[in-house]
Design a protein around this ligand. Structure first.
Ligand SMILES: Nc1nc2c(ncn2[C@@H]2O[C@H](COP(=O)(O)OP(=O)(O)OP(=O)(O)O)[C@@H](O)[C@H]2O)c(=O)[nH]1
Ligand SMILES: [Mg+2]
Length: 364
């Protein structure tokens, strides 16, 4: 049995593995803990896995474990998977890149037990905590996200964006089914998933500069973050992927109308203009879905073309279903907007389900 499990999500972090292992070992051994580290990798391509296996074969105990995930993505779900594959009553989540202060873990461990807390969170904004040398642009994003979490998510802690925290296993297990589990912000997910406020405390730390490798923070993380807030604020019942898909569909419809107008203005026949506009709308939808809705499963290289072909086929069937449904309802009710709206919704659901399962083969 171990006292504490450290869960570390990793993606292309070859050079950071050993430094983190050694600094954690030093801090945890000094504190006299029985511990384990669970690294969760999403099929890194930079030699991280070889590095991990090298390290595991060198150390003679079972203190380091590796979970290698294929076709599954994302920091939050990696953390959840690491936590579920471990056993300690207390779990620490931290980055591999040396930004988090491992020397705080023993203090976290004693405080969480002594005060019977659910969680203890490393904060860059309370007391002596600081963002260290984080560049102003990143600091601005972090502070804006913190502001939104406090305003929209109604969380009270100073650093809900923190990637460094300790949580009691029993607390997490009771919330696991309510988590969004996508994106980058697992702590905020946990806080928002809890039906009653968690008993927590914050501990100040100064964020260090990343040691090696590159940041995985990209513009997609911002969209995931907003989706996380929306997911919990709408009490977890709105299918956000579908909403995103409809949003992309509406963008395509606007494109369609603009192109139609332009073609007509330049003297094209209606049928030609309509054909060109439909084609451009489909291309636009395909592009945006590949970039946004199904970002984690996006098609590359030659698969883009086969995906586009399948997408056109799926949308054509969707259009036929739309027309058949709308026509039937119009004949029975004579209400144009109910008929049109229902046809649109049915084809939207059809297109979404087929796009997800057949075109992009999204697995989660
Ligand atoms: N398994 C897994 N790990 C990830 C993924 N994205 C990021 N990570 C890891 O999660 C941790 C946080 O990512 P970082 O890139 O350090 O994000 P950040 O700390 O906001 O950005 P920096 O300040 O530039 O380090 C790191 O240990 C990453 O290797 C992912 O999709 N899957
Ligand atoms: Mg980092």
């Amino acid at each position: 049995m171990v006292d504490v499990t450290i869960v570390v999500p990793i993606l292309n972090e070859k050079d950071n593995i050993r430094p983190l292992y050694h600094s954690l070992k030093k801090a945890l051994d000094q504190a006299g803990f029985r511990w384990e580290i669970v690294f969760v990798d999403d099929n890194s391509q930079d030699g991280t896995l070889q590095e991990m296996r090298g390290l595991i074969s060198e150390i003679k105990d079972h203190s380091v474990k590796l979970i290698q995930r294929i076709h599954r993505f994302g920091l939050s779900s990696a953390c959840v998977e690491g936590i579920m594959a471990s056993h300690a009553p207390f779990i620490v989540v931290m980055d591999v890149d040396g930004q988090h202060d491992e020397t705080q873990i023993p203090i976290m461990y004693h405080t969480i037990q002594k005060k019977n807390l659910d969680a203890i969170v490393g904060s860059r904004y309370c007391d002596t905590g600081s963002l260290g040398e984080l560049d102003p642009h990143r600091a601005f994003i972090s502070k804006t996200a913190t502001y939104l979490a406090r305003k929209i998510g109604k969380v009270t802690l100073t650093d809900p964006m923190s990637g460094f925290f300790m949580i009691r296993r029993s607390t997490l297990e009771s919330l696991i089914a309510r988590l969004y589990s996508k994106g980058f912000k697992i702590l905020l997910d946990i806080l928002l998933a809890s039906p009653s406020p968690l008993k927590y405390e914050e501990i100040a730390y100064t964020m260090r500069a990343r040691k090696f490798g590159e940041s995985k923070l990209n513009s997609r993380v911002i969209l995931d973050y907003l989706m996380l807030l929306a997911y919990h604020r709408t009490h977890r019942w709105i299918p956000l992927d579908f909403v995103l898909y409809l949003f992309v569909g509406c963008t395509g419809a606007i494109f369609h109308l603009c192109v139609l107008r332009i073609f007509l203005q330049y003297g094209s026949s209606f049928i030609r203009a309509q054909f060109a506009a439909t084609l451009i709308a489909i291309l636009c939808n395909f592009y945006l879905n590949n970039k946004i809705t199904f970002f984690y499963f996006r098609l590359k290289g030659l698969r883009v073309w086969s995906g586009l072909g399948t997408f056109i086929l799926v949308c054509s069937i969707g259009l036929a279903v739309n027309l058949a449904c709308a026509d039937y309802i119009y004949k029975t009710t004579s209400v144009w907007w109910i008929s049109g709206g229902f046809g649109f919704l049915i084809s939207g659901i059809w297109n979404y389900l087929c796009s997800k399962t057949i075109v992009w083969r999204a697995k989660t």
